[in-house]
Design a protein around this ligand. Structure first.
Ligand SMILES: *Cc1c(COP(=O)(O)O)cnc(C)c1O
Length: 463
Protein backbone atom coordinates (compact mmCIF):
# COMPACT_ATOMS: atom_id res chain seq x y z
CA UNK A 1 0.00 0.00 0.00
CA UNK A 2 1.22 3.42 -0.84
CA UNK A 3 1.16 5.84 2.01
CA UNK A 4 3.26 8.46 0.27
CA UNK A 5 0.26 10.22 -1.26
CA UNK A 6 -2.85 9.29 0.67
CA UNK A 7 -6.13 10.32 -0.83
CA UNK A 8 -7.59 12.64 1.77
CA UNK A 9 -11.22 12.11 2.51
CA UNK A 10 -12.48 10.96 -0.84
CA UNK A 11 -15.99 12.06 -1.72
CA UNK A 12 -19.00 10.02 -0.67
CA UNK A 13 -19.70 7.26 -3.08
CA UNK A 14 -16.06 6.69 -3.91
CA UNK A 15 -14.69 3.19 -3.48
CA UNK A 16 -14.13 2.15 0.10
CA UNK A 17 -10.93 3.91 1.04
CA UNK A 18 -8.08 2.19 2.67
CA UNK A 19 -9.63 -1.17 3.28
CA UNK A 20 -7.16 -3.89 2.48
CA UNK A 21 -8.70 -6.50 0.29
CA UNK A 22 -9.17 -9.97 1.66
CA UNK A 23 -9.52 -10.65 5.34
CA UNK A 24 -12.65 -8.56 5.44
CA UNK A 25 -15.22 -9.45 8.03
CA UNK A 26 -17.92 -9.08 5.40
CA UNK A 27 -16.49 -11.79 3.23
CA UNK A 28 -17.18 -14.61 5.62
CA UNK A 29 -19.97 -16.73 4.31
CA UNK A 30 -21.24 -18.10 7.58
CA UNK A 31 -22.94 -16.28 10.37
CA UNK A 32 -19.92 -16.44 12.59
CA UNK A 33 -16.62 -15.02 11.55
CA UNK A 34 -14.54 -16.58 14.28
CA UNK A 35 -12.90 -13.21 14.44
CA UNK A 36 -11.98 -13.17 18.08
CA UNK A 37 -9.63 -11.23 20.23
CA UNK A 38 -9.93 -13.68 23.07
CA UNK A 39 -9.44 -17.38 23.36
CA UNK A 40 -11.96 -19.37 21.38
CA UNK A 41 -11.46 -22.79 20.00
CA UNK A 42 -13.66 -23.92 17.16
CA UNK A 43 -17.28 -24.44 18.10
CA UNK A 44 -16.75 -23.94 21.82
CA UNK A 45 -18.98 -21.33 23.37
CA UNK A 46 -16.85 -18.79 25.23
CA UNK A 47 -17.55 -18.68 28.95
CA UNK A 48 -18.00 -14.94 28.84
CA UNK A 49 -17.92 -12.66 25.86
CA UNK A 50 -18.76 -9.30 24.42
CA UNK A 51 -20.22 -10.29 21.08
CA UNK A 52 -19.89 -7.53 18.49
CA UNK A 53 -22.19 -7.71 15.48
CA UNK A 54 -20.34 -6.15 12.53
CA UNK A 55 -23.46 -6.35 10.36
CA UNK A 56 -25.12 -4.03 12.89
CA UNK A 57 -22.17 -1.63 12.61
CA UNK A 58 -22.54 -1.60 8.83
CA UNK A 59 -26.30 -1.03 9.06
CA UNK A 60 -25.68 1.85 11.47
CA UNK A 61 -23.13 3.37 9.12
CA UNK A 62 -25.67 3.29 6.30
CA UNK A 63 -28.28 4.91 8.53
CA UNK A 64 -25.81 7.61 9.56
CA UNK A 65 -24.85 8.30 5.97
CA UNK A 66 -28.49 8.64 5.02
CA UNK A 67 -28.88 11.30 7.69
CA UNK A 68 -25.62 13.05 6.87
CA UNK A 69 -26.62 13.59 3.25
CA UNK A 70 -23.71 14.87 1.22
CA UNK A 71 -21.54 15.36 4.31
CA UNK A 72 -18.77 12.84 4.75
CA UNK A 73 -18.62 10.46 7.68
CA UNK A 74 -15.71 10.18 10.07
CA UNK A 75 -16.28 7.03 12.11
CA UNK A 76 -14.98 7.65 15.61
CA UNK A 77 -13.21 4.51 16.81
CA UNK A 78 -11.30 5.87 19.79
CA UNK A 79 -11.07 3.83 22.99
CA UNK A 80 -10.92 0.60 20.99
CA UNK A 81 -14.10 1.60 19.18
CA UNK A 82 -15.92 2.29 22.46
CA UNK A 83 -14.90 -1.19 23.57
CA UNK A 84 -16.07 -2.91 20.37
CA UNK A 85 -12.64 -3.57 18.86
CA UNK A 86 -11.11 -0.76 16.81
CA UNK A 87 -9.71 -2.72 13.88
CA UNK A 88 -12.71 -4.91 12.97
CA UNK A 89 -15.12 -2.03 13.57
CA UNK A 90 -13.02 0.35 11.47
CA UNK A 91 -12.95 -2.13 8.60
CA UNK A 92 -16.70 -2.71 8.80
CA UNK A 93 -17.41 1.02 8.94
CA UNK A 94 -15.17 1.79 5.95
CA UNK A 95 -16.68 -1.06 4.03
CA UNK A 96 -20.15 0.36 4.66
CA UNK A 97 -19.21 3.81 3.45
CA UNK A 98 -17.42 5.74 6.20
CA UNK A 99 -14.82 8.03 4.63
CA UNK A 100 -12.41 8.50 7.49
CA UNK A 101 -11.64 7.39 11.02
CA UNK A 102 -11.30 9.49 14.13
CA UNK A 103 -9.41 8.71 17.32
CA UNK A 104 -8.23 10.66 20.33
CA UNK A 105 -4.60 9.54 20.49
CA UNK A 106 -1.89 9.13 17.89
CA UNK A 107 -1.17 5.72 19.45
CA UNK A 108 -4.72 4.65 18.56
CA UNK A 109 -4.21 5.83 14.99
CA UNK A 110 -0.96 3.88 14.74
CA UNK A 111 -2.78 0.73 15.83
CA UNK A 112 -5.12 1.12 12.86
CA UNK A 113 -2.18 1.68 10.51
CA UNK A 114 -0.37 -1.35 11.89
CA UNK A 115 -3.43 -3.41 10.98
CA UNK A 116 -3.09 -2.26 7.38
CA UNK A 117 -5.88 0.31 7.35
CA UNK A 118 -4.90 3.14 5.01
CA UNK A 119 -8.03 5.29 5.17
CA UNK A 120 -7.66 8.85 6.45
CA UNK A 121 -7.29 8.90 10.24
CA UNK A 122 -7.46 11.98 12.42
CA UNK A 123 -6.09 12.08 16.00
CA UNK A 124 -6.91 15.14 18.10
CA UNK A 125 -5.71 14.76 21.68
CA UNK A 126 -1.99 15.16 22.21
CA UNK A 127 0.58 15.68 24.93
CA UNK A 128 4.06 17.11 24.80
CA UNK A 129 5.21 13.49 24.65
CA UNK A 130 3.14 12.58 21.57
CA UNK A 131 5.25 11.09 18.78
CA UNK A 132 4.26 13.42 15.95
CA UNK A 133 6.98 12.05 13.67
CA UNK A 134 5.54 8.56 13.93
CA UNK A 135 2.13 10.04 13.20
CA UNK A 136 3.33 11.84 10.09
CA UNK A 137 5.34 8.84 8.91
CA UNK A 138 2.06 6.90 8.94
CA UNK A 139 -0.04 9.65 7.36
CA UNK A 140 -2.03 10.30 10.49
CA UNK A 141 -3.77 13.66 10.32
CA UNK A 142 -3.50 15.77 13.44
CA UNK A 143 -5.91 18.01 15.28
CA UNK A 144 -4.13 21.19 16.31
CA UNK A 145 -5.52 23.43 19.03
CA UNK A 146 -2.52 25.70 19.61
CA UNK A 147 0.78 24.58 21.11
CA UNK A 148 0.94 21.52 18.85
CA UNK A 149 1.58 23.59 15.73
CA UNK A 150 5.27 24.14 16.53
CA UNK A 151 6.18 20.51 17.29
CA UNK A 152 4.07 19.23 14.38
CA UNK A 153 5.78 21.63 11.95
CA UNK A 154 9.15 20.55 13.36
CA UNK A 155 8.30 16.90 12.80
CA UNK A 156 7.22 17.73 9.25
CA UNK A 157 10.49 19.53 8.59
CA UNK A 158 12.48 16.59 9.95
CA UNK A 159 10.55 14.14 7.82
CA UNK A 160 10.52 16.30 4.75
CA UNK A 161 6.79 16.06 4.20
CA UNK A 162 3.92 18.33 5.12
CA UNK A 163 1.63 17.45 8.00
CA UNK A 164 -2.06 17.36 7.30
CA UNK A 165 -3.73 19.20 10.13
CA UNK A 166 -7.23 20.13 11.25
CA UNK A 167 -7.32 23.30 13.32
CA UNK A 168 -9.64 23.15 16.30
CA UNK A 169 -11.54 26.05 17.78
CA UNK A 170 -13.20 25.99 21.17
CA UNK A 171 -16.64 27.46 20.52
CA UNK A 172 -17.89 26.82 24.01
CA UNK A 173 -17.05 23.35 25.33
CA UNK A 174 -14.10 24.64 27.32
CA UNK A 175 -11.80 21.74 26.61
CA UNK A 176 -9.43 21.45 23.65
CA UNK A 177 -9.35 23.97 20.83
CA UNK A 178 -8.10 27.53 20.53
CA UNK A 179 -10.16 30.17 22.28
CA UNK A 180 -11.75 32.83 20.11
CA UNK A 181 -9.03 35.20 21.34
CA UNK A 182 -6.19 32.93 20.23
CA UNK A 183 -7.79 31.75 17.00
CA UNK A 184 -6.62 34.60 14.73
CA UNK A 185 -3.03 34.03 15.80
CA UNK A 186 -3.32 30.27 15.31
CA UNK A 187 -4.67 30.59 11.78
CA UNK A 188 -2.01 33.18 10.94
CA UNK A 189 0.78 30.89 12.13
CA UNK A 190 -0.80 27.93 10.35
CA UNK A 191 -0.96 29.93 7.11
CA UNK A 192 2.72 30.74 7.53
CA UNK A 193 3.61 27.09 8.10
CA UNK A 194 1.52 26.18 5.08
CA UNK A 195 3.41 28.71 2.96
CA UNK A 196 6.64 27.06 4.12
CA UNK A 197 5.34 23.69 3.00
CA UNK A 198 5.31 22.29 6.53
CA UNK A 199 1.59 21.81 7.00
CA UNK A 200 -1.55 21.58 4.95
CA UNK A 201 -4.66 22.73 6.76
CA UNK A 202 -7.17 20.23 5.44
CA UNK A 203 -9.80 20.81 8.09
CA UNK A 204 -11.23 23.10 10.74
CA UNK A 205 -13.36 21.70 13.53
CA UNK A 206 -15.06 22.21 16.85
CA UNK A 207 -16.86 19.99 19.36
CA UNK A 208 -20.39 20.49 20.68
CA UNK A 209 -21.22 20.67 24.38
CA UNK A 210 -24.96 20.09 24.68
CA UNK A 211 -26.07 18.54 21.41
CA UNK A 212 -27.80 15.76 23.37
CA UNK A 213 -30.21 18.40 24.71
CA UNK A 214 -31.81 19.73 21.54
CA UNK A 215 -33.81 22.42 23.31
CA UNK A 216 -30.73 24.25 24.55
CA UNK A 217 -29.60 27.35 22.68
CA UNK A 218 -25.86 26.87 23.11
CA UNK A 219 -25.51 24.53 20.13
CA UNK A 220 -26.73 27.18 17.73
CA UNK A 221 -24.38 29.69 19.36
CA UNK A 222 -21.47 27.28 18.95
CA UNK A 223 -22.27 26.81 15.28
CA UNK A 224 -22.43 30.59 14.79
CA UNK A 225 -19.03 31.04 16.44
CA UNK A 226 -17.69 28.24 14.31
CA UNK A 227 -18.88 29.90 11.15
CA UNK A 228 -17.08 33.09 12.18
CA UNK A 229 -13.92 31.10 12.93
CA UNK A 230 -14.00 29.55 9.46
CA UNK A 231 -14.35 33.03 7.96
CA UNK A 232 -11.29 34.15 9.94
CA UNK A 233 -9.32 31.15 8.66
CA UNK A 234 -10.31 31.93 5.07
CA UNK A 235 -9.37 35.57 5.52
CA UNK A 236 -5.94 34.38 6.67
CA UNK A 237 -5.56 32.55 3.37
CA UNK A 238 -6.42 29.03 4.54
CA UNK A 239 -8.66 26.85 2.41
CA UNK A 240 -9.78 24.03 4.72
CA UNK A 241 -11.81 21.58 2.65
CA UNK A 242 -13.43 19.98 5.66
CA UNK A 243 -15.41 21.88 8.24
CA UNK A 244 -16.76 19.54 10.91
CA UNK A 245 -18.66 19.91 14.15
CA UNK A 246 -21.44 17.34 14.54
CA UNK A 247 -21.10 14.37 16.88
CA UNK A 248 -23.82 11.71 17.17
CA UNK A 249 -26.46 13.87 18.85
CA UNK A 250 -25.58 16.77 16.54
CA UNK A 251 -26.19 14.57 13.52
CA UNK A 252 -29.63 13.57 14.76
CA UNK A 253 -30.44 17.13 15.68
CA UNK A 254 -29.62 18.48 12.24
CA UNK A 255 -32.93 17.49 10.68
CA UNK A 256 -34.76 19.71 13.17
CA UNK A 257 -32.71 22.78 12.33
CA UNK A 258 -33.74 25.45 9.91
CA UNK A 259 -30.53 24.87 7.97
CA UNK A 260 -29.29 21.32 8.61
CA UNK A 261 -26.18 22.04 6.58
CA UNK A 262 -24.97 24.44 9.29
CA UNK A 263 -24.64 21.39 11.52
CA UNK A 264 -23.63 18.76 8.98
CA UNK A 265 -21.08 20.98 7.22
CA UNK A 266 -18.57 18.95 5.18
CA UNK A 267 -18.24 16.03 7.56
CA UNK A 268 -19.79 14.56 10.71
CA UNK A 269 -17.77 12.81 13.43
CA UNK A 270 -19.93 10.03 14.76
CA UNK A 271 -19.09 7.63 17.55
CA UNK A 272 -21.80 6.21 19.74
CA UNK A 273 -24.37 5.81 16.96
CA UNK A 274 -21.97 3.57 15.02
CA UNK A 275 -22.38 1.15 17.88
CA UNK A 276 -26.14 1.38 17.73
CA UNK A 277 -26.58 3.34 20.94
CA UNK A 278 -28.69 6.43 21.41
CA UNK A 279 -27.00 9.64 22.51
CA UNK A 280 -30.30 10.91 23.89
CA UNK A 281 -31.61 9.82 27.29
CA UNK A 282 -35.19 9.77 26.06
CA UNK A 283 -34.83 8.10 22.66
CA UNK A 284 -34.13 4.44 22.03
CA UNK A 285 -31.83 3.09 19.31
CA UNK A 286 -34.87 1.69 17.59
CA UNK A 287 -36.51 5.10 17.45
CA UNK A 288 -33.33 6.39 15.82
CA UNK A 289 -33.10 3.53 13.35
CA UNK A 290 -30.00 2.06 14.97
CA UNK A 291 -29.09 -1.47 16.02
CA UNK A 292 -26.98 -2.05 19.17
CA UNK A 293 -23.83 -3.91 18.14
CA UNK A 294 -22.55 -5.29 21.43
CA UNK A 295 -24.04 -8.11 23.48
CA UNK A 296 -22.47 -8.76 26.88
CA UNK A 297 -23.27 -12.32 27.82
CA UNK A 298 -22.21 -15.33 29.77
CA UNK A 299 -24.04 -18.29 31.20
CA UNK A 300 -25.55 -19.09 34.57
CA UNK A 301 -22.66 -20.64 36.45
CA UNK A 302 -24.59 -21.86 39.51
CA UNK A 303 -28.23 -22.11 40.59
CA UNK A 304 -29.41 -22.62 44.11
CA UNK A 305 -32.44 -22.70 46.34
CA UNK A 306 -32.43 -20.34 49.31
CA UNK A 307 -34.93 -19.71 52.09
CA UNK A 308 -36.51 -16.39 53.02
CA UNK A 309 -34.05 -14.20 54.87
CA UNK A 310 -30.98 -15.14 52.84
CA UNK A 311 -28.56 -12.24 52.51
CA UNK A 312 -26.90 -11.88 49.12
CA UNK A 313 -23.35 -10.71 48.37
CA UNK A 314 -21.03 -8.44 50.32
CA UNK A 315 -22.71 -6.27 52.89
CA UNK A 316 -25.85 -8.42 52.78
CA UNK A 317 -27.68 -5.43 51.37
CA UNK A 318 -30.23 -7.67 49.70
CA UNK A 319 -32.19 -10.16 51.74
CA UNK A 320 -34.68 -12.57 50.16
CA UNK A 321 -38.26 -12.02 51.24
CA UNK A 322 -39.44 -15.53 50.44
CA UNK A 323 -37.96 -18.84 49.41
CA UNK A 324 -36.49 -18.38 45.98
CA UNK A 325 -33.83 -19.49 43.50
CA UNK A 326 -30.66 -17.51 42.91
CA UNK A 327 -28.59 -17.62 39.75
CA UNK A 328 -24.91 -16.73 39.75
CA UNK A 329 -23.52 -14.90 36.72
CA UNK A 330 -19.72 -14.82 36.32
CA UNK A 331 -19.40 -11.16 35.36
CA UNK A 332 -18.32 -8.49 37.81
CA UNK A 333 -16.59 -5.16 38.05
CA UNK A 334 -13.27 -6.59 36.90
CA UNK A 335 -15.12 -7.33 33.67
CA UNK A 336 -16.38 -3.78 33.49
CA UNK A 337 -19.85 -4.26 34.96
CA UNK A 338 -20.17 -1.20 37.17
CA UNK A 339 -20.18 -1.99 40.88
CA UNK A 340 -22.76 0.76 41.26
CA UNK A 341 -25.10 -1.03 38.86
CA UNK A 342 -27.04 -3.09 41.41
CA UNK A 343 -30.51 -3.76 40.02
CA UNK A 344 -29.36 -3.83 36.41
CA UNK A 345 -31.23 -6.28 34.13
CA UNK A 346 -30.15 -9.78 33.14
CA UNK A 347 -32.05 -11.79 30.54
CA UNK A 348 -32.19 -15.55 31.03
CA UNK A 349 -34.36 -17.94 29.05
CA UNK A 350 -36.38 -15.11 27.59
CA UNK A 351 -37.15 -13.37 30.87
CA UNK A 352 -35.47 -10.33 32.36
CA UNK A 353 -34.52 -10.35 36.05
CA UNK A 354 -32.95 -7.71 38.26
CA UNK A 355 -29.46 -8.14 39.55
CA UNK A 356 -29.58 -8.24 43.36
CA UNK A 357 -27.02 -7.39 46.00
CA UNK A 358 -23.62 -5.87 45.53
CA UNK A 359 -21.81 -6.53 42.28
CA UNK A 360 -18.49 -8.16 43.09
CA UNK A 361 -15.20 -8.31 41.23
CA UNK A 362 -16.01 -11.54 39.41
CA UNK A 363 -19.71 -12.16 39.76
CA UNK A 364 -23.19 -10.94 40.30
CA UNK A 365 -26.43 -12.58 41.45
CA UNK A 366 -29.89 -12.68 39.96
CA UNK A 367 -33.02 -13.51 41.96
CA UNK A 368 -35.17 -15.72 39.76
CA UNK A 369 -38.19 -14.94 41.94
CA UNK A 370 -39.50 -18.44 42.65
CA UNK A 371 -38.32 -21.52 44.50
CA UNK A 372 -37.63 -24.85 42.85
CA UNK A 373 -35.90 -23.58 39.75
CA UNK A 374 -32.65 -25.40 40.40
CA UNK A 375 -34.22 -28.65 39.24
CA UNK A 376 -32.41 -29.90 36.13
CA UNK A 377 -35.55 -29.82 33.99
CA UNK A 378 -35.50 -26.03 34.15
CA UNK A 379 -32.14 -26.09 32.43
CA UNK A 380 -30.91 -22.98 34.20
CA UNK A 381 -27.38 -24.15 34.86
CA UNK A 382 -25.54 -23.16 31.71
CA UNK A 383 -28.42 -21.07 30.35
CA UNK A 384 -27.41 -17.99 28.42
CA UNK A 385 -27.37 -14.83 30.55
CA UNK A 386 -27.38 -11.52 28.70
CA UNK A 387 -26.71 -8.27 30.50
CA UNK A 388 -27.28 -6.11 27.46
CA UNK A 389 -27.61 -6.41 23.74
CA UNK A 390 -30.10 -5.70 20.97
CA UNK A 391 -33.67 -6.68 20.26
CA UNK A 392 -35.41 -8.16 23.29
CA UNK A 393 -32.23 -8.14 25.34
CA UNK A 394 -31.86 -5.51 28.02
CA UNK A 395 -30.11 -2.37 26.86
CA UNK A 396 -26.78 -0.81 27.77
CA UNK A 397 -28.88 2.23 28.69
CA UNK A 398 -30.75 0.21 31.32
CA UNK A 399 -27.40 -0.64 32.91
CA UNK A 400 -26.39 3.00 32.61
CA UNK A 401 -29.54 4.02 34.46
CA UNK A 402 -28.88 1.44 37.18
CA UNK A 403 -25.31 2.66 37.59
CA UNK A 404 -25.98 6.38 37.29
CA UNK A 405 -23.95 6.81 34.12
CA UNK A 406 -24.43 6.86 30.34
CA UNK A 407 -24.55 4.04 27.80
CA UNK A 408 -21.24 5.26 26.29
CA UNK A 409 -19.50 4.27 29.51
CA UNK A 410 -21.24 0.91 29.84
CA UNK A 411 -19.87 -0.46 26.56
CA UNK A 412 -16.52 1.31 26.73
CA UNK A 413 -15.68 0.00 30.18
CA UNK A 414 -16.10 -3.69 29.35
CA UNK A 415 -12.65 -4.82 30.33
CA UNK A 416 -9.97 -6.78 28.45
CA UNK A 417 -10.86 -9.71 30.68
CA UNK A 418 -13.91 -10.27 28.47
CA UNK A 419 -13.04 -11.64 25.02
CA UNK A 420 -14.52 -9.74 22.11
CA UNK A 421 -16.15 -12.08 19.64
CA UNK A 422 -16.91 -10.50 16.29
CA UNK A 423 -19.81 -12.02 14.41
CA UNK A 424 -20.94 -11.15 10.96
CA UNK A 425 -23.13 -12.25 8.15
CA UNK A 426 -22.89 -11.58 4.46
CA UNK A 427 -23.77 -8.05 3.51
CA UNK A 428 -27.34 -7.91 2.27
CA UNK A 429 -28.61 -4.36 2.15
CA UNK A 430 -32.16 -5.55 1.43
CA UNK A 431 -32.30 -7.11 4.84
CA UNK A 432 -30.34 -4.65 6.84
CA UNK A 433 -32.86 -1.91 7.27
CA UNK A 434 -32.18 -1.27 10.95
CA UNK A 435 -35.71 -0.01 11.40
CA UNK A 436 -37.13 -3.39 10.55
CA UNK A 437 -34.56 -6.02 11.33
CA UNK A 438 -32.39 -6.89 14.26
CA UNK A 439 -28.74 -7.77 14.27
CA UNK A 440 -27.27 -10.73 12.48
CA UNK A 441 -29.12 -13.93 12.99
CA UNK A 442 -27.05 -16.23 15.08
CA UNK A 443 -27.27 -19.93 15.28
CA UNK A 444 -26.82 -21.84 18.48
CA UNK A 445 -23.70 -23.83 19.09
CA UNK A 446 -21.41 -21.65 17.02
CA UNK A 447 -20.04 -19.71 19.90
CA UNK A 448 -22.54 -16.90 19.66
CA UNK A 449 -25.29 -15.94 22.03
CA UNK A 450 -28.37 -18.04 22.06
CA UNK A 451 -30.75 -15.66 20.50
CA UNK A 452 -32.18 -18.60 18.68
CA UNK A 453 -35.82 -17.70 18.97
CA UNK A 454 -35.58 -15.10 16.25
CA UNK A 455 -37.20 -12.54 18.50
CA UNK A 456 -34.39 -10.12 17.83
CA UNK A 457 -36.21 -9.14 14.66
CA UNK A 458 -37.94 -6.46 16.66
CA UNK A 459 -35.46 -3.97 18.04
CA UNK A 460 -37.71 -3.17 21.01
CA UNK A 461 -35.81 -1.38 23.69
CA UNK A 462 -36.55 -1.41 27.37
CA UNK A 463 -35.04 1.33 29.40
C1 LIG B 1 -15.67 11.22 21.00
C2 LIG B 1 -15.75 12.35 20.04
C3 LIG B 1 -16.70 12.35 19.01
C4 LIG B 1 -17.80 11.31 18.89
O1 LIG B 1 -18.84 11.61 19.81
P1 LIG B 1 -20.19 10.73 19.81
O2 LIG B 1 -21.09 11.47 20.73
O3 LIG B 1 -19.83 9.38 20.33
O4 LIG B 1 -20.67 10.69 18.42
C5 LIG B 1 -16.63 13.36 18.06
N1 LIG B 1 -15.71 14.33 18.15
C6 LIG B 1 -14.80 14.39 19.15
C7 LIG B 1 -13.82 15.49 19.18
C8 LIG B 1 -14.80 13.42 20.13
O5 LIG B 1 -13.92 13.47 21.13
Amino acid sequence: MNRAEPVPFPPPGAATPGVPSGDLPGTFSGTFSGHVSGELSGGVRPERSAVVDLAAVRANVRRIRDLAGPARLMAVVKADAYGHGAVPVARAALEAGAHALGVAHVAEALTLRAAGITAPVLAWLHTVDTDFRAALAQDVELGVSGWELGPVAEAARALGRPARIHLKIDTGLGRNGATAERWPELVRRAAQAEAQGLVRVTGVFTHLAVADEPSRPETREQLERFRAAVDTARAAGLRPALRHAANSPGLFQAAGLERPEDMLLDMVRVGVCLYGLSPFPDRTPRQLGLVPAMTLRSTVSAVKEVPAGQGVSYGLGYVTERPTTLALIPLGYADGVPRSGTGGPVRIQGRTYPEVGRIAMDQLVVDLGAPGLSAPEHGLLGAEAVLFGAGDDPSASAWADAAGTINYEIVTRVSPRVPRVHVDRPADPEHEDPGRTGPGRRSAGDGTPGRVDGSAADGEERA
